[in-house]
Design a protein around this ligand. Structure first.
Ligand code: SAM
Length: 234
C-alpha cells in the first residue's frame, strides 16, 4: 500500500509504523471475536476504512512539524486515534469513549504496539467537556461516526483551545447540514473553514472532513448535560 499512501496523502509509514498498523489490525480481529468492535474485518477494507481514512482525515497536518495535543471523541476501537498515534509519535492523544470494553481494548493494545503517546478514558464526552483538565485544552479534536454534525460540534468545540481546530469526519455532506452546522458553530465559538471532499482509494467512496476553527472560548453552558445534545441538537 506504500504507493497509495504516498500518492494520496504524501505520507508513507516507515517499517516500524507499518508493523504497528499490522499489529493493530491483528489485535482488532482477535478481540472482535469477543468484543464486537467493528464489522469491517476484511484486510483491504480495514486498511481503507480504518487506517487510511483515519490518517487522510487530518489532511496536511500529518506532515506538519508542530506536535499537537489531540482528543479523539467516541473513538470506539481507536479510530481515528490509534493510527494517528502510530503515524505521529510526537503527538499526545486522548481517546475517549463511553463504552468501557472499547477503552479496555485500547488500554490493552497500546503497550502491544509500544505506544506511549495515548491516554484512554471511559466517559461521556458531555462530562469531559466540562472538566477543567480537558476544557479548552486541545489543539485538535477529532470525531468520526458518533452523531449528527451539530451534536459532534457541541461535543468537540468546548475541548478545543482558541486557535485550534475540530475535524468532523463525515460520509455524505449536504447544503442543509452545512447551513445548520454554521449556525451551531457560531454559538460554540467556532467557524467552518474548510469542507475537505475526497474519494477513498479502493472503493471510491466519497468522504468529507469538516474543519472548524476555534475563534473564541465556548460559553460554559456548552456542552449541555449527558444526553441533552442528542435530545435537543443546537
Ligand atoms: N470513531 C470510531 C470509528 O469511527 O470507528 C467509533 C464510531 S462508533 C459508531 C461511535 C462511538 O461513539 C461508540 O463507541 C460510542 O460508545 C461512542 N459515543 C457515542 N456517544 C458518546 C458520548 N456522548 N460520549 C462518549 N462516547 C460516545
Amino acid at each position: 500500500m506504500d504507493e497509495i499512501w504516498q500518492e494520496t496523502i504524501d505520507w508513507c509509514p516507515n517499517e516500524q509504523q507499518r508493523s504497528q498498523l499490522q499489529l493493530l489490525y491483528l489485535a482488532v480481529i482477535t478481540a472482535n471475536q469477543k468484543l464486537n468492535l467493528t464489522r469491517i474485518t476484511e484486510p483491504a477494507e480495514f486498511w481503507e476504512k480504518h487506517l487510511w481514512d483515519s490518517v487522510r482525515g487530518i489532511g496536511t497536518l500529518i506532515n506538519d512539524s508542530t506536535a499537537l495535543k489531540v482528543i479523539d471523541i467516541g473513538t470506539g476501537a481507536g479510530f481515528p486515534g490509534l493510527p494517528l498515534a502510530i503515524a505521529r509519535s510526537d503527538w499526545q492523544l486522548t481517546l475517549v469513549d463511553s463504552t468501557a470494553k472499547k477503552i479496555g481494548f485500547i488500554e490493552s493494545v497500546a503497550p502491544e504496539l509500544s505506544l506511549t503517546n495515548t491516554h484512554a478514558l471511559v466517559s461521556r464526552i458531555e462530562e469531559v467537556g466540562q472538566e477543567k483538565s480537558h476544557r479548552h485544552q486541545y489543539d485538535l479534536a477529532l470525531i468520526r461516526a458518533v452523531a449528527s454534525a451539530n451534536i459532534c460540534a457541541e461535543y468537540a468545540l468546548p475541548l478545543v483551545k482558541v486557535g485550534g481546530n475540530a475535524i468532523l469526519y463525515r460520509g455524505n455532506w449536504t447544503d442543509e447540514e452545512a447551513e445548520s452546522l454554521t449556525l451551531a458553530v457560531a454559538k460554540l465559538g467556532g467557524e467552518i473553514t474548510k469542507i475537505d471532499r475526497f474519494t477513498t482509494p479502493i472503493s471510491n467512496s466519497i468522504r468529507h472532513c469538516i474543519w472548524i476553527h476555534k475563534t473564541a472560548n465556548t460559553h460554559p453552558y456548552y456542552p449541555r448535560g449527558v444526553g441533552i445534545p442528542t435530545l435537543k441538537p443546537i
